[in-house]
Design a protein around this ligand. Structure first.
Ligand code: HEM
Ligand code: HEM
Ligand SMILES: [Fe+2]
Length: 466
């Protein structure tokens, strides 16, 4: 940790741990409800559990991105954060708003629009909070003498994510128009500007961990940004097939949706190429593992499993089924959850001054959570395909099909146990790190060349054999 203000990131990451735990609790409630054990129904009906589960997901990921930015921006810009105290205020306000929304859902205070359930008055608080965040990092970057491509892409992604929240706040009476703009938020976030945030954080991690020259890493970053815009914007059309929009969206959505995996494929090749080029002797191998997993699983979950149902001919059958759940879980996990866990794993030894990254609990956390999530994806996938055949090919009644699917949710719950144990280990490890140190601990790794700190120093070639 080079600057004192970077320690604010710790509190954002601690918030992530808390919200992630709650998210999983609500996931398990739904899992049990799906096998008929729905005793909590009077207090937490399925629709409430689902809204809480998905909104907590978005909230902890946003907290993770903010923590990442508060860690990365001072490092990249070579100066303290402009207003560290404001960052704490902004975190508290975010948590208060989020918790109010979650409690509200339990009392039917919500908008009922998947992922954007937060009631309108609270939306305004979210906007103010995010504006404070953007201003804080924006001014920090503005006043710095060094503005890198990595930090620019990260900032642009965060700024656009804030702006793209607004179309979801416009009130419409027409269901089709409302759905049309809801996708501007949901799709253009995860398949657009969040990818820029991802590109920025990944570039930072790869530069720091692999030691590959900044110029090389950032050149890849441009390619990924290019692919993202080329396919992601019009790719929104893959959600417009059956909501009442004109027919030409079938073509546009089909074509550009099919191109979207390229950006994620680029991300996977990028991570692996940087790993092969760079040294593998960074002391935080666990962070490297999470970083590479982000690159690879985002391609599998978002690119591959997204492509599986992006064509209108397929989507006609799979739309809104558990096939979507299958893709939703591995895409969010691979791309954004792993990314946040990667930056946490990288930053924790720096902000706390303690090394717990090679502990057995850290390693168990990695393997159990990833194997558990892959198994959950398979369970959702099999349930989804069965649902499509029974309901949409054989013509069985919706609720009769749901009963047939119960057995797959037993499998899901078993996988969720493995996944949950991995997350428990991650959080145990997080707690064992202890609180952040008061003073900077120095550059990330003084024994290695960080591509711009030590210009002129010759980097040793990686050992033969890759
Ligand atoms: C990290 C990136 C991604 C994430 C986090 C993600 C997540 C999700 C989620 C949560 C949904 C359900 C949304 C809702 O119904 O409100 C969804 C739907 C969908 N996604 Fe993705 N996705 C990603 C990337 C992709 C990509 C690259 C493709 C295409 C190649 C794709 C294709 C689709 C399609 C076609 C649907 C609609 C499913 C339906 O009709 O029910 N996704 N995605
Ligand atoms: C113990 C772990 C978990 C369990 C048991 C679980 C279970 C569930 C269930 C039962 C649903 C509702 C599916 C339906 O419509 O019937 C759901 C939805 C969802 N979950 Fe999870 N979940 C877990 C963890 C996670 C994690 C870690 C993530 C993100 C990384 C996640 C992301 C989502 C998303 C995006 C949806 C909405 C999918 C859609 O739009 O169709 N879940 N989950
Ligand atoms: Fe999409």
């Amino acid at each position: 940790m080079k600057f004192k203000s970077q320690r604010v990131a710790y509190w954002f990451f601690a918030t992530c741990m808390l919200l992630l735990t709650l998210q999983i609790v609500y996931g398990i409630i739904m899992g049990f409800a799906r096998i008929g054990m729905d005793g909590l129904h009077p207090v937490i009906p399925f629709n409430v559990a689902r809204a809480v589960h998905t909104n907590l997901l978005v909230m902890w990921l946003l907290a993770g991105f903010m923590g990442a930015a508060y860690y990365i921006v001072p490092d990249e810009c070579d100066r303290e954060l402009e207003w560290p105290k404001l960052a704490y205020v902004q975190l508290i306000a975010l948590v208060v708003t989020g918790v109010t929304a979650i409690i509200g859902f339990h009392f039917n205070w919500w908008e009922g629009r998947k992922f954007l359930e937060i009631p309108r008055p609270l939306d305004f608080l979210v906007v103010v909070d995010v504006l404070l965040f953007i201003t804080n990092i924006g001014i920090t970057i503005w006043k710095s003498k060094r503005i890198t491509t990595t930090v620019s892409v990260l900032f642009f992604g965060l700024l656009m994510a804030a702006l793209l929240y607004l179309p979801g706040m416009i009130p419409f009476d027409n269901q089709t128009v409302d759905s049309f703009f809801r996708w501007w938020v949901v799709h253009l976030w995860v398949e657009g500007v969040w990818e820029l945030i991802m590109g920025g954080i990944l570039a930072f991690l790869l530069i720091q961990i692999t030691g590959v020259d900044r110029e090389v890493v950032e050149k890849w970053l441009y390619v990924i940004v290019g692919f993202t815009f080329l396919s992601g914007i019009l790719g929104t059309g893959h959600h417009y097939y059956y909501i009442g929009t004109p027919r030409y969206w079938l073509w546009i959505g089909g074509l550009f949706g099919a191109l979207e995996p390229l950006a994620f494929l680029g991300m996977a090749i990028y991570g692996i190429a940087m790993y092969r080029r760079g040294g593998r002797n960074h002391p935080n191998q666990m962070a490297l593992l999470w970083t590479l997993t982000t690159c690879i699983l985002s391609f599998v979950g978002a690119g591959f499993l997204g492509a599986a149902h992006t064509l209108p001919q397929v989507n006609m059958y799979t739309h809104g089924t558990l096939v979507t759940g299958m893709h939703g879980h591995l895409a969010f996990w691979g791309a954004y959850a792993c990314l946040v866990l990667a930056i946490i794993t990288y930053a924790m030894p720096q902000v706390t001054g303690r090394k717990r990254n090679e502990d057995a609990s850290a390693s168990y956390a990695f393997w159990a959570s990833n194997i558990g999530m892959l198994a959950m994806t398979v369970a959702f996938g099999i349930a989804g395909v069965a649902q499509v055949y029974l309901e949409r090919r054989a013509g069985m009644e919706f609720l009769d099909v749901q009963r047939e699917l119960e057995v797959h949710f037993i499998g899901l719950l078993l996988a969720a146990m493995v996944f949950g144990s991995g997350i428990a280990a991650f959080i145990y490890n997080f707690i064992r790190y202890g609180l952040p140190v008061a003073e900077p601990t120095g550059p990330a790794d003084p024994t290695r060349r960080s591509s711009d700190e030590a210009d002129g120093v010759v980097v040793p070639e990686p050992a033969a054999g890759g």
